[in-house]
Design a protein around this ligand. Structure first.
Ligand code: ZN
Length: 384
């Protein structure tokens, strides 16, 4: 049983990030893990994070949905968690997957404000509605995870609506995210890479984090500040541009990924390149035979997404997402093309990649649960 639980925690690990382009909602981990009414289990359990992520996935009708978690420092030594859970949270903190704060205060709302994300919380934020008017003005910007028949569901309790809805990045957020930032604290997992570097730079956590994936700084008296260390951040120049692409297999968005100017991304059955996007797990036998290990390469150049077929069998472009066979433009091996705003590249019928916001979902949706490995005991639901 212990083994299965760590497999669930590994799966959950893939769903927490502080990347402004990938996070789909923000939450306070200390709050979520204490939703005892969701499963009637222990006072605190990290598995509840997985249940809430699954609920978000169902709601957004998308797989591999990621959340931005702020974590109170006290949680790293919370006796209500198992030692294994504490160790896992510490690892997430060291890797910059979650944001650890001495006093989370209103950081969760600040992140939601800067990034335009919905907030998953049962808190009512009465005193903060003046500072963050969207709390009440935009339905769905705050939804509370509550027990439901098949796991948690969301109810709106501040601004109305019934499903989590994203807003827009605030003007301040857009400005902050146009730059890259450096924390003077060496080995800062969130804004690393600028702490002097040197011989041990690659041993320090976060030192190899792409500047395109840096979280939003915290603003303290108008000064960009490291939320973790409270230190004033240095301006490291313009942030590399980035586009969010999404993989759709069989009509469902399976995952998103970031393409930045810094480096190309290869997608295929099982790419060998660093940061490659592996599709194999979603493919049937025929598609696996057709799609090469590395099948297409994406590059972002002066704001254009360039796609190059690097496969044996070739692929095709679906202009403006058209499913009409007559519109499909073949892309032969080694051929390149600019991917238009609404275009999708099709590696094999039903296996497509395009800009995330343009990819329509379609088919009835059953997301892959991060809890798939969870022992049934942990999934026990309260009796009605
Ligand atoms: Zn820092």
């Amino acid at each position: 049983m212990r083994f299965e639980i760590s497999k669930v925690l590994d799966a959950i690990e893939g769903r927490v990030c502080t990347d402004p382009s990938l996070a789909r909602a923000v939450l306070d981990l200390a709050e979520i893990i204490r939703y005892q009414d969701i499963d009637g289990g222990r006072p605190a359990s990290l598995l509840r994070l997985g249940m809430v992520i699954d609920a978000l996935s169902r709601e957004l009708e998308e797989d591999s949905v990621q959340v931005y978690a702020v974590v109170h420092r006290a949680l790293l030594s919370d006796a209500d968690l198992t030692s294994n859970e504490r160790m896992v949270v510490r690892r997430w903190a060291d890797d910059g997957l979650v944001e650890v704060l001495d006093n989370p205060g209103d950081r969760m709302l600040e992140v939601a404000d800067l990034l335009g994300l919905p907030v998953l919380s049962r808190v009512r934020f009465d005193g903060l509605r003046g500072r963050f008017p969207w709390l009440v003005e935009q339905p769905g910007r705050v939804v509370a995870p509550v027990p439901g028949a098949g796991g948690p569901v969301f109810i709106a309790h501040v601004g109305g609506g019934h499903a989590p809805v994203a807003g827009k990045r605030s003007p301040t957020g857009a400005k902050l995210l146009a730059r890259q930032w450096r924390c003077p604290e060496s080995g800062c997992a969130l804004f690393g890479g600028g702490g002097g570097g040197g011989a041990f730079a690659d041993l320090a956590g976060g030192a190899d984090r792409s500047p395109a994936a840096q979280p939003p700084p915290s603003l303290r008296n108008g000064v960009p500040t490291c939320p973790r260390h409270g230190a004033r951040l240095g301006d490291g120049g313009p942030r590399p541009r980035a586009e969010v692409l999404a993989v759709r297999v069989g009509g469902l968005v399976r995952r998103r990924f970031v393409l930045s100017e810094e480096q190309p991304v290869v997608a295929g059955r099982a790419p060998e390149q660093d940061g490659g996007i592996m599709l194999g797990q979603w493919l049937n036998d025929e598609a696996r035979r057709w799609i090469s290990r590395g099948h297409v390469r994406f590059e972002l150049r002066v704001g254009e997404v360039i796609v190059t077929d690097v496969s044996t069998n070739g692929s095709g472009i679906r202009p403006a997402g058209s499913m009409n066979e007559a519109d499909r433009i073949p892309l032969a091996p080694q051929q390149s093309r600019v991917l238009g705003e609404n275009d999708m590249i099709e590696l094999y019928p039903g296996v497509q990649i395009g800009r995330a916001e343009e990819l329509p979902t379609g088919a009835p949706f059953t997301p892959t649960s991060v809890m798939a490995e969870a022992p049934t005991m942990a999934m026990r639901l309260p009796r009605p």
